[in-house]
Design a protein around this ligand. Structure first.
Ligand code: UDX
Length: 449
């Protein structure tokens, strides 16, 4: 099929690449000329494992093209995926201006009927507004538009694998024809008719989800409800961690045992600096706002958001307890990205940690395997090193902010010799307290004595 993707960010680019790998002809467009120029030159503007390989193959097979000419891209595809950003406003409400702008462009530029699919994460009832906007903006109402919702469930760092092996594909439609069209789009994915870069072409049998057809509002709600539930789990684990610290229990042992009940599951019960990224923080805010707007008080989510915001305060309680005076101290910050295996620093706890350390006069040496270049413009006056062993050289403390595998495997015996004080304050509970103490470290973490 001929598919258009509007917005070449973390969602749009992965969507376009994987649908091209599935055999469709994909037309990608973005208003960011630099991004389109990078893509056209074969560069990948974001770090996402396997994405480069999938894009390269798609370009070679002439399955994907990039343009800043949105009108041309709109006319080329029969199905249009809207993958633009929906950031939170000051109020917490989702800012849908990019969606509205794209709706106007589609209405003005289309010359044939289109299925317009909202893939960006949007609050429920957006589909209704999108339908109205398309009708209102089309010059003479001659072109008919159908709207559908097809939320993404991609996790940054594993997005390509998540797209090729979805637990579920959710499509919200208003008519059977739209459902059939989207079944056709995703058939090659569900039938594994693509070269999988994750499994080098041989996917295990049990990694195929199912395609669920529902209404547009249900599909929109499934996304917010799923993300918010995951965020709720994380905040729940963080309150358990606060309890463990006061009782002298171990949150890792408590949450592990809890998770052995399949009704609970062990994932997303990791205590620490809490959730960042461009999804959880904004999705929770949008969901709280939407619920309030329709008269349902989502107290649980407000509590989850409050707990998450307090993580930085809890972390600094430990920093102050360990360092006493921060001014003039040399502090190594290990990890800048909001989570491992991505270069994305949006809403990353590490940025707030650095801001507060600077405010209190610390000298910072920051490191991260992928996110240094994205961080530099925000904090140009701190030093950055690629090697974490370099970062801890001469440091009075090492603060771990991101759960990178490289930090998990860090040789603290070796690192300890470089430090001026063997002090680690671990925001992601990567290490065993007993082992760190045996190496002569003062070790602070969440939910463990
Ligand atoms: C999330 C959802 O997982 C995904 O399904 C949705 O499509 C987009 O939002 P993402 O934001 O990429 O994906 O990252 P995720 O892996 O969910 O982690 C989010 C944050 O939670 C990270 O900051 C991570 O460090 C933190 N986290 C995760 C915890 O603090 N504890 C955990 O146990 C798990």
């Amino acid at each position: 099929m001929r598919l258009t993707v509007i917005g070449c960010g973390y969602v749009g680019l992965v969507t376009g690449a994987c649908l091209a790998a599935a055999g469709h002809e994909v037309f990608c467009t973005d208003i960011d000329e630099n991004r389109i120029a990078q893509l056209s030159a074969g560069k990948v503007p974001i770090y996402e494992e396997h994405l480069g390989e999938v894009l390269q193959r798609a370009v070679k097979e002439k399955k994907i093209s990039y343009t800043t000419n949105t009108g041309e891209a709109i006319r080329a595809g029969e199905v249009i995926f809207i993958c633009v950003g929906t950031p939170p406003k000051e109020s917490g409400e989702a800012d849908l201006s990019a969606i509205d702008h794209v709706a106007r462009q589609i209405a003005m530029e289309a010359r044939t009927p289109k299925l317009v699919v909202e893939k960006s994460t949007v609050p429920a009832l957006t589909g209704v507004q999108l339908q109205k906007a398309l009708a209102a903006y089309s010059p003479d109402g001659s072109i008919k538009f159908q709207v559908a919702s097809n939320p993404e469930f991609l996790r940054e760092g594993t997005a390509v694998g998540d797209f090729f092996h979805p637990d579920r594909i959710v499509v919200g439609v208003e008519d059977e024809k739209s459902a059939e069209t989207l079944r056709e789009v995703y058939r090659p994915i569900l039938e594994k008719q693509f070269h999988c870069p994750v499994h080098a072409g041989k996917c295990p049998a049990n990694t195929g989800g199912e395609l669920l057809v529902t209404t547009i509002s249900s599909a929109e709600l499934i996304k917010h409800a799923s993300n918010s539930f995951l965020a709720l789990k994380i905040s729940y684990a963080n309150v358990i961690a606060d309890l463990c610290e006061r009782i002298g229990a171990d949150v890792e042992e408590v949450t592990h045992a809890m998770g052995l009940d399949p009704r609970i599951g062990t994932q997303f019960l990791k205590a620490g600096l809490g959730f960042g990224g461009f999804c959880f923080p904004k999705d929770i805010q949008a969901f709280i706002h939407l619920s309030a707007a329709i008269g349902v008080d989502f107290d649980m989510l407000k509590a989850a958001e409050r707990v998450n915001k307090q993580r930085i305060d809890r972390f600094f309680d430990k920093v102050h307890k360990a360092l006493w005076v921060i001014r003039g101290k040399r502090v190594a910050v290990l990890g800048l990205a909001f989570k491992a295996n991505t270069d994305d620093i949006r809403f990353a706890p590490a940025l707030e940690v650095i801001r507060r350390l600077l405010e209190e006069g610390a000298q910072i040496q920051a490191t991260d395997p992928q996110a240094i270049s994205r961080t530099k413009p925000f904090f140009p006056n701190i030093s950055y090193v690629d090697d974490p062993y370099e970062a801890v050289k001469g440091a009075d403390a090492a603060l771990v902010c991101t759960e990178w595998p490289a930090y998990k495997k860090m040789d603290w015996e070796k690192a300890g010799h470089q430090m001026s004080r063997r002090l680690v304050i671990d925001g992601r509970n990567l290490y065993d307290p007993r082992k760190m103490q045996a190496l002569g470290f003062e070790y602070y973490s969440f939910g463990r004595s």
